[in-house]
Each structure stands twice: as C-alpha cells, then as structure tokens.
Design a protein around this ligand. Structure first.
Ligand SMILES: Nc1ncnc2c1ncn2[C@@H]1O[C@H](COP(=O)(O)OP(=O)(O)OP(=O)(O)O)[C@@H](O)[C@H]1O
Length: 319
C-alpha cells in the first residue's frame, strides 16, 4: 500500500458568484521514502493541493472532494480529533514563512517546547528541552538558538527551525511548500542536502512544492507537473527530465538555464494561465500548446500510462 494515495482530488474556491477550479481531478501516489516534486508556474494550484491534502482549507471558502488516503485512511472524511493527531505526528508541513507564526517576544526554545507539549502532554520541562536540543542539532543549528529570539536568526536559520519543528514527532511524510525558495542558493543547497540525509536516516517521504525544476531535478525521485489545476505529467525525474512527453513539461524544461555546457536559447511558454472559473472544452493547455491539433481544442485528454510507467494527460504525447 502506498503511504499516500491521492485519488481524483478536486478543490473549488467559492469567490462571490464564481467557482475557481484550483485543483482538478488529480491522482497520484507517494510511496514510503519517496520524494515527489510538484512543479508548475505561479497559480497552477500547487499550494492549494498541499493545503487540501492536510485539510487546512477552510470549508467556507473551499470545496474539497476526492480521496486522500494516508496509510489507507481517508483524511478528507476523518473526524477532527483523529485528523489533528495525524497532522504533525505523521505528516508535517513547512511553508516559506512558517516562522512568521512564532511570537517575536518569546525565545525559540520556549516556543518549540510549548508546541512539543501540545502533542506530548505528559512531557516534563526537561524532556521537552532535551528533544528540542536534539532537533536543533539534527538541522545543524547550535544549541544557543534555544535561548535566541526569532529576530536574532537569519533566514536560513529560521527555515532550519521550521524544519526542526516539522520533525518534532517523527512524521512519515514531510510537505515542503517553497520552504527554501527565499534563501540564497548556497544555503538552499545545504538545507536540501541535509533534508535528504535526514529522510534517509529517519525513513521519511517528501512532497516538495516548488516552481524551480532544477531543485526537483537534484532532490526528488519523482515529479508531478501541474498546470492550471491539472496534473499533466507524473513519473520518475530521470525519465521526465531526459525525455519530457507533455509539451508543457518540455516548455518548462526549456525555460531553465543550463548551468554547464553550451549556452542555449531560453525559451519561455507564450501566453497566460486560463481563467480557472471557466471549464475548457478540450485540453486545458491547448491555447498555449505549440503542438496542438484540432482534437486538443474539443476533447479533454484522458490520463495514459506510458511504457516507462509515467502518467501523461495529452492527446499527442507518446505518439
Ligand atoms: N483563498 C482563495 N480564494 C480564491 N481563489 C484562490 C484562493 N487561493 C488560491 N486561489 C486561486 O487558486 C489558484 C491556485 O492557486 P495556488 O496558490 O494554489 O497556486 P500555486 O501554484 O501554489 O501558485 P504560487 O506558486 O504563486 O504559490 C489561483 O488561480 C489562485 O488565484
């Protein structure tokens, strides 16, 4: 059984008298110790997908349907108490600015211990402190961070504290939502390397949301390519980067500057994301697709599995 199985996940935001189809019928699995990068341009629904998985979207603004099976249990229908127990203890999320949730007037250690005691109610002060110091060490922070205030930390240190918090209860799944995007490339590289080492040691699977394909290429086993709320291609990074099938994935890869070798021409993808309040009659990417044919404008492509096991939703891919 996969650790996480997402089946036909849909999220609609209700805005005035419109419905925004932010996530449309998405299905994929995350295995134990897997690392799945979710890529797509801004507005493609990546964060909405992450929030929906953890059931963090308020019901009054978003309608979520489908199934999110975590270790076989549907998180979307789980009662609140069980869901709360699973969040943090079994699945944890790190956002780009997770630390902004911390109070500026209390020391880091004090706040971390407080959060620890929410789930481990019987923990003594000493036990909580010992665990926090262990976590700080795990993310390569000096013990003195325990007695520091949030404003005394650099951006990289803050994200390390957020990662330490997420590891507090030994989760099986970590979701990183642009968690290292705002950092300089050197710090980002160091933190990602450390995360990969921790995953291996602690047996953790990771979903990583980013708009940076090169980060996915270097840190993930699998990639999910999203566009306007739809999953267009999903499979092993090594297969997809070597030979992308979906024209959108090809466009994304051509938009990344090569670090080594000859300088090639950078090709962007012309056009804009479609209006998500309207349902297209054919493929969601048809308007911008350089390879479209007449069927693409009239028929929604169904998901197909190609010989190497990748999923692609496109009329022309694989032909
Ligand atoms: N609370 C909300 N109410 C209405 N629409 C929303 C809400 N949050 C997001 N959306 C819309 O849902 C779509 C997907 O947004 P989302 O933030 O999930 O995309 P994203 O791929 O994570 O983008 P980014 O990389 O910029 O964070 C966008 O069209 C966005 O405008």
């Amino acid at each position: 059984m996969p650790l996480l199985s997402i089946q036909n996940l849909q999220v609609k935001y209700r805005v005035k008298n419109k419905e925004i189809h932010a996530v449309n019928n998405i299905s994929f699995d995350v295995e134990q110790q897997d690392s799945v990068g979710i890529v797509g341009e801004s507005g493609s629904g990546k964060s909405t997908l992450a929030m929906a998985l953890l059931r963090l979207l308020p019901e009054r603004i978003a309608e979520v349907s489908g199934e999110v099976l975590f270790a076989g249990e549907n998180l979307l229908t789980l009662d609140d108490a069980r869901l709360k127990a699973r969040r943090w203890t079994e699945m944890a999320v790190v956002f780009q600015k997770s630390m902004s949730a911390l109070s500026p007037v209390h020391k880091i250690g004090y706040q971390m211990a407080d959060i620890y005691k929410v789930h481990v109610k019987t923990a003594t002060k000493e036990q909580a402190k010992a665990r926090i110091l262990e976590l700080l060490e795990m993310v390569n922070l000096p013990a003195r961070v325990y007695t520091m205030y949030p404003h005394e930390l650099s951006g990289g240190m803050m994200q390390r504290v957020s990662i330490a918090l997420s590891l507090m209860h030994n989760p099986k799944l970590l979701i990183l939502d642009e968690a290292t995007t705002a950092l300089d490339v050197v710090t980002q590289g160091q933190i990602l390397k450390e995360i990969m080492q921790l995953e291996e040691r602690l047996n953790i699977a990771r979903i990583m949301i980013t708009h940076d394909m090169s980060v996915v290429a270097t840190t993930c086993k699998k990639v999910a390519v999203m566009y306007a709320g739809n999953l267009l291609e999903f499979g092993l990074v090594k297969d997809i980067i070597a030979a992308p099938e979906h024209p959108y994935t090809k466009g994304l890869l051509q938009s990344i500057p090569a670090l080594k070798g000859e300088r090639g021409e950078l090709i962007g993808i012309a056009g804009y994301l479609p209006d998500l309040s309207k349902s297209p009659s054919g493929c969601i990417f048809a308007d911008r697709c350089p390879s479209r044919k007449p069927t693409c404008e009239t028929e929604t492509p169904i998901r197909r599995t190609l010989a190497d096991g990748r999923m692609v939703a496109c009329h022309i891919a694989g032909s």
